[in-house]
Ligand binder design. Structure first.
Ligand SMILES: NC(=O)c1ccc[n+]([C@@H]2O[C@H](COP(=O)([O-])OP(=O)(O)OC[C@H]3O[C@@H](n4cnc5c(N)ncnc54)[C@H](O)[C@@H]3O)[C@@H](O)[C@H]2O)c1
Length: 261
């Protein structure tokens, strides 16, 4: 087979959580450009419907639903809807996430800690389990991609505070990825994670208002720049496609070299 054919996703169906903007939107567009039908969910209805229209304009079947990925009953309903509307789910991208409030641990309210873990870690279990069950029942295998972060390894040093709840949740995503890969390998479900460095999205918009934080990020990064949203497109198609057919349990860093120093 020609190597470029390994990256094609024709006939596949993908589900991207948090697909209404940022990296989720870019990954949804990338999967559609590679040939997949794509369902997205998000908390943001206006942006979500707009991305579904962009996906349809690429000639793919698409759907959007307003879903909070921390609420299992809503996820149950959405997975049922995607299977009813698009037939199946071959590819799941667990992308929805939120930034930290930047408080030091001794000031972090208990409920904010719980919300961080629920949104950035438990949601990937809630959605992953339900989609994996659908994949196991179909017996055709599948692919799951979780969004981790370089903060799975390193504590953030870009703010006066260190965003520890976010770092802890993303460390959990890395280990959840390895656990899912282990449990679901017998069903031919491959599970990998992407660990981006600092990207130009809404998640980093607040910190970019502070010149000293921007200077510290650029000093920390050998490539001396933030990542552009679009730069995630090639990696997600690689991990979703047969091009990565012997990879599972990997957490792939994409950070302009930040974690080299
Ligand atoms: N931007 C970065 O620098 C960076 C770095 C490393 C990892 N990441 C991770 O990449 C993923 C995407 O981040 P982004 O930068 O595109 O951020 P973003 O804020 O632009 O997009 C996140 C999307 O998730 C949605 N979302 C959040 N909570 C949700 C919930 N409970 N239910 C449904 N949808 C929800 C938001 O509405 C938004 O559309 C996140 O998991 C993030 O932690 C981002």
């Amino acid at each position: 087979m020609n190597v470029l054919d390994l990256f094609k996703l024709s006939g596949q169906t993908a589900l991207v959580t948090g697909g209404a903007r940022g990296l989720g939107r870019q990954m949804a567009l990338a999967l559609a450009e590679a040939g997949a039908d794509v369902a997205i969910c998000d908390r943001l209805p206006t942006e979500g419907h707009a991305v579904a229209a962009e996906l349809a304009a690429l000639g793919r079947r698409s759907c959007f639903a307003q879903v909070d990925v921390t609420h299992p009953p809503a996820i149950d309903a959405f997975v049922r809807q995607v299977v009813a509307d698009l037939g199946k789910i071959d590819i799941l991208v667990n992308n929805a996430g939120m930034p930290s409030d930047g408080l030091a641990l001794e000031e972090e309210p208990d409920d904010a800690w719980q919300r961080m873990l629920d949104t950035n870690l438990s949601s990937m279990f809630y959605v992953g389990k339900r989609v994996a069950r659908q994949m196991i029942d179909r017996g055709q295998g599948g692919v799951i991609i979780n969004l981790a972060s370089i903060n799975a390894w390193v504590i953030s040093n870009i703010t006066p505070r260190h965003n520890v709840p976010y770092c802890v949740a993303k460390a959990g995503v890395a280990q959840l990825t390895r656990g899912m890969a282990t449990d679901w390998a017998p069903y031919n479900i491959r599970v990998n994670a992407i660990a981006p460095g600092t990207m130009l999205t809404a998640q980093t918009a607040a910190s970019r208002q502070h010149p000293e934080i921007v200077a510290r990020i650029l000093a920390n990064t050998p490539m001396k720049r933030y990542g552009e949203e679009e730069e995630i497109k090639g990696l997600v198609v690689y991990l979703a496609s047969p091009a990565s057919s012997f990879m599972t349990g990997s957490v792939v860093v994409m950070d302009g070299g930040t974690t080299l120093w």
